[in-house]
Design a protein around this ligand. Structure first.
Ligand code: C2E
Ligand code: MG
Ligand code: MG
Ligand code: MG
Length: 277
């Protein structure tokens, strides 16, 4: 059987797809219940200055352990949540929870930049900026302690609308970072147009350092571009001392990755905060 999948595109229908659709529907239902029942958690991955080794922030990463399925990775359920629109509700929870945590850290005398992933659909909500402002003011967190990680897919949408929104967030004092930089299909023109603070070099470019010449060339170019545009630059997915040392030599500002720590629950993160006291 052949099915239309959009204008001029056809693919063969396989009985397997019934199973896929069913398991997706079940996962979707489980995801909604997980939010209702408070089953999502946030883990925090330390971000460090490359020169001093000092802690400068933490990226919030969502975690879900389902009773039946065990740990479900965000790579699995976030795309599904994006397709169904449920990411808007999840995203609101993540933002509120991360902001609440940042307030705790601030009150404990160790104020820390907390970095939150924002999905394209979430960003596109007409009231997104207002929600961010409201979340901050209700919790009493200075906007300067919040960073939003945006993907390039967000920036390729209607330029005027995006620009307005980014300017509004920026004037609140919120930091803006481009996540997975270099993996999207957007033009680089947005870097001079939008009030971006930071580029996050995707881990796919970090992996090959220092041996892979192409990866090294790309990372060098990204850092020099960031310098020229007065953006700061952080490398993601740093797993080895050789990668860290290379990034330091190339003039990268910050890093995060398993070399220092994976994302950990707040009680374990306290260990990194001690160094700030
Ligand atoms: P991301 O924002 O680029 O996050 C980095 C991912 O790389 C995380 O995977 C992190 O655990 C992992 N990682 C960190 N250091 C290393 C390393 O040294 N080596 C390797 N191999 N991996 C490392 P995770 O937590 O599975 O998240 C995957 C993606 O799911 C994230 O990519 C982000 O796009 C999305 N995501 C996670 N939490 C949220 C959230 O709260 N909201 C939204 N919208 N998306 C989220
Ligand atoms: Mg991220
Ligand atoms: Mg990333
Ligand atoms: Mg990524």
């Amino acid at each position: 059987e052949v099915k239309a999948t959009g204008r001029g595109h056809f693919r063969f229908y396989r009985p397997q797809m019934n199973v896929d659709v069913l398991s997706r529907m079940k996962l979707e239902t489980a995801m909604r219940q997980a939010l209702e029942q408070g089953k999502f958690r946030l883990h925090y991955q330390p971000q460090l200055n490359l020169l001093s080794g000092r802690l400068i922030g933490a990226e919030a990463l969502i975690r879900w352990i389902d009773e039946e399925r065990g740990p479900v990775s965000p790579g699995q359920f976030i795309p599904l949540a994006e397709e169904s629109g449920f990411i808007v509700q999840i995203g609101a929870w993540v933002l509120a929870e991360a902001v609440r945590q940042a307030v705790c850290w601030q009150q404990a005398g160790t104020p820390m930049l907390v970095s939150v992933n924002v999905s394209a659909l979430q960003f596109r909500q007409p009231d997104f900026v207002q929600r961010v402002a409201q979340t901050l003011s209700e919790a009493g967190l200075p906007a300067e302690l919040l960073e939003l990680e945006l993907t390039e897919s967000i920036l390729v949408q209607d330029a005027d609308e995006v620009l307005q929104r980014l300017q509004a967030l920026s004037s609140l004092g919120v930091h803006l970072a481009i996540d997975d930089f270099g993996t999207g299909y957007s033009s680089l023109a947005y870097l001079k147009k939008f009030p971006i603070d930071k580029l996050k070099i995707d881990q796919s470019f970090v992996r090959g350092l220092p041996e892979d010449e192409s990866d090294t060339a790309i990372v060098v170019a990204m850092i020099s571009m960031a310098r020229a545009l007065k953006l700061s630059v952080i490398a993601e997915g740093v797993e080895t001392e050789a990668q860290r040392a290379t990034l330091q030599r190339l003039g990268c500002d910050e890093y995060q990755g398993f070399l220092c720590s994976p994302g950990v629950p707040p009680d374990k993160f306290a260990h990194f905060l001690q160094a700030l006291r």
